[in-house]
Every structure is written in structure tokens, then in C-alpha cells.
Design a protein around this ligand. Structure first.
Ligand SMILES: [Zn+2]
Ligand SMILES: [Zn+2]
Length: 112
């Protein structure tokens, strides 16, 4: 998590005009360039998801291993460990949505 040095709002991952990874403040428009290699693991997933055609539920298989694991029960196979990530969908003032992906069967679901 990084915060805007100007207004203190949360910086969200995005792209600049050249398609490079940046952190952008949604409140004041401040843009921070980031070291891609350094922050890739943290931001790539969210980055990909927010640019997906339907803005959610898109997980690239080989990137999932960088996600943290939570103790939650998979509704499909009953396994109690799943990768999780959070995503702010659509409007900035909406709450973060938590997504889970079962480590065993790969089933993906969201917590409302
Ligand atoms: Zn700001
Ligand atoms: Zn499962």
C-alpha cells in the first residue's frame, strides 16, 4: 500500500501513456512511477484484473502463486485454503471486494 504524498489518498496501480506501470492518485491525479521488477508481484494481479474486459474475475494462472493464502473454505471442494486478493470495482467510493481462489481445485469466488 502506498499513499499520495500530496493529499494522502491511497494510490492505485495503473498505466501511464506509454503503458508503463504507475501508481495513480484518484483524488488529485498525482502519478508515481514505480520500479516494475520491484513491485510486479504486488501489483500485477490487480493491474491485470482492473484492465480486464469485465473488470473482475480474471486470474492469470502462473501469477497466482504470488498471492497470499487465506484460511477459507472452498464452496466447491471443501478445501480450507485459498489465495485471496482485494479489488476495488468500478467506483472509488465503493468498498473493496475480496476474491478467493481455491489452492486445490482452482475455483474462484468473491466475498460480498
Ligand atoms: Zn493525491
Ligand atoms: Zn476447491
Amino acid at each position: 500500500m502506498e499513499f499520495c504524498p500530496k493529499c494522502g489518498a491511497l494510490l492505485m496501480p495503473g498505466e501511464d501513456e506509454e503503458g508503463k506501470l504507475v501508481l495513480r492518485c484518484k483524488s488529485c491525479g498525482y502519478v508515481k512511477k514505480v520500479d516494475k521488477n520491484e513491485l510486479e508481484n504486488t501489483y500485477r494481479i490487480t493491474h491485470r484484473i482492473t484492465h480486464g474486459p469485465h473488470d473482475e474475475m480474471i486470474v492469470v494462472k502462473e501469477e497466482v502463486r504470488t498471492l497470499p493464502i487465506a484460511k477459507v473454505k472452498c464452496p466447491k471442494c471443501g478445501n480450507d485454503r485459498a489465495y485471496y486478493w482485494q479489488l476495488q470495482t468500478r467506483r472509488a467510493d465503493e468498498a473493496m471486494t475480496t476474491f478467493y481462489k481455491c489452492v486445490k481445485c482452482g475455483h474462484t469466488w468473491r466475498k460480498y
